[in-house]
Design a protein. Structure first.
Ligand code: SAH
Ligand code: SF4
Length: 346
């Protein structure tokens, strides 16, 4: 059950040892540069394609495919070979094409406001399963070249550390994506942030902060009890000093919870010291957490308050709200529908 995108060029060359060397180049180019499936790489003979087709299976089966924003946002729910489900989102902007990938089926971190967290952990993804999401999206993007990859789908990428790093290296080395256009979003696994800083990949790191006092953050993000804000700050400082890369904080604005004037002050202090950029997004309501996102007016005030304290802020638009684009939501809806389909037992 291996995906061909799991393989390095040397491993493929080993496999094709009886073929002329240029076959490896042709196959490699078709797969990685042109984002083709094995059977579409027509520069290599049919018999060889068939042989490879028997050896490698595609990791992803489409279960659901929905669009919003007049086609600019497209979201898929995929079944993996064992029936576990993940989601992938493609977002087309004027200046870039971004795919948001899952790193795990489910997530064990249990953030209270997050649909994936509410559903729990199923399993780790493999490198092939992560990379295939990107290649699938690259194919779907057609004539627009996929430029950015964000690890903001289901799962905590730093809790699947080696797979995440290997997938990033494959995308950088084989697909030629610039490291600056690769973003890892983490809930704040402090030691893993430090380890990632030492990988020598000038990535963009986003830390999902959501609260800058331990009491509130313990409620929203249970991992904060293990790595509280002070420990997280150390890891963030290490990231900035080791990589010289700017850091960003994600903050889902939740009505009456983390959108107060006090929250502005706490966040401003925390972010300023680290020179971090702040991305605000109004919370997308989920079935397991019945609190609203902050109203538009409050989102603006929150942004203005941060700006007045010298913080760089972006309000992220809620792409794909109508297709449940928040973390894990569409996959949970699709699963619920599948469960409700009667299964014939004969
Ligand atoms: N586990 C990683 C990456 C996946 S979550 C992390 O937590 O960073 C990607 C982003 O979606 C995170 O910033 C997360 O906090 C945010 N998110 C999760 N549920 C959300 C919701 N209901 N509304 C808005 N943002 C949400
Ligand atoms: Fe996991 Fe991220 Fe959701 Fe928290 S927000 S439960 S870390 S996917």
């Amino acid at each position: 059950m291996t995906s061909v995108f799991e393989y390095s060029k040397e491993e493929l060359a080993e496999l094709l040892i009886d073929e002329p060397r240029y076959r490896v180049e042709q196959l490699w180019h078709g797969l990685w540069n042109e984002a083709l499936g094995i059977d579409e790489v027509t520069t290599i003979p049919k018999a060889l394609r068939q042989r490879l087709g028997e050896q490698f299976v595609s990791a992803l089966t489409v279960l659901n495919d929905v669009q919003s924003d007049r086609g600019a946002t497209r979201k898929w729910v995929f079944a993996l070979h064992d029936g576990a489900t993940i989601e992938t989102v493609l977002m087309t902007y004027e200046d870039r094409v971004t795919v948001c990938v899952s790193s795990q089926a489910g997530c064990a971190m249990g953030c209270t406001f997050c649909a994936t967290g509410q559903a729990g952990f199923t399993r780790q993804l493999s490198v092939g399963e992560v990379v295939e999401q990107v290649m699938f999206a690259a194919r779907a993007a057609g004539s627009r070249r996929l430029s950015n990859v964000v690890f903001m789908g289901m799962g905590e990428p730093l809790a699947n550390y080696q797979v995440t790093v290997n997938a990033l290296r494959h995308l950088h080395d084989y697909r030629g994506l610039s490291a600056r256009h690769l973003t890892v979003s983490t809930v704040g696994v402090a030691p893993a942030i430090e380890r990632l800083a030492r990988e020598g990949l000038p990535l963009t790191l986003a830390v999902s902060l959501h609260a800058a006092n331990d009491e509130t953050r313990n409620e929203l993000v249970p991992l904060n009890r293990r790595y509280p804000l002070e420990r997280l700050r150390e890891a963030c400082e290490y990231w900035v000093s080791t990589t010289s890369r700017r850091l960003s904080f994600e903050w889902a604005l939740i009505d009456g919870v983390n959108d107060t004037d006090q929250a502005i002050e706490e966040l401003a202090r925390y972010a300023y010291a680290l020179g971090a950029h702040v991305n605000l997004i109004p919370l997308n309501p989920t079935p397991g957490y019945l609190v609203r996102g902050s109203p538009e007016q409050r989102v603006r005030e929150f942004r203005d308050g941060l700006e007045a304290s010298g913080i760089n802020v972006t309000v992220r638009n809620t792409r794909g709200r109508s297709i449940d684009a928040a973390c894990g939501q569409l996959a949970s809806v699709t699963n619920a529908k599948r469960r409700s389909i009667p299964v014939r037992s004969n």
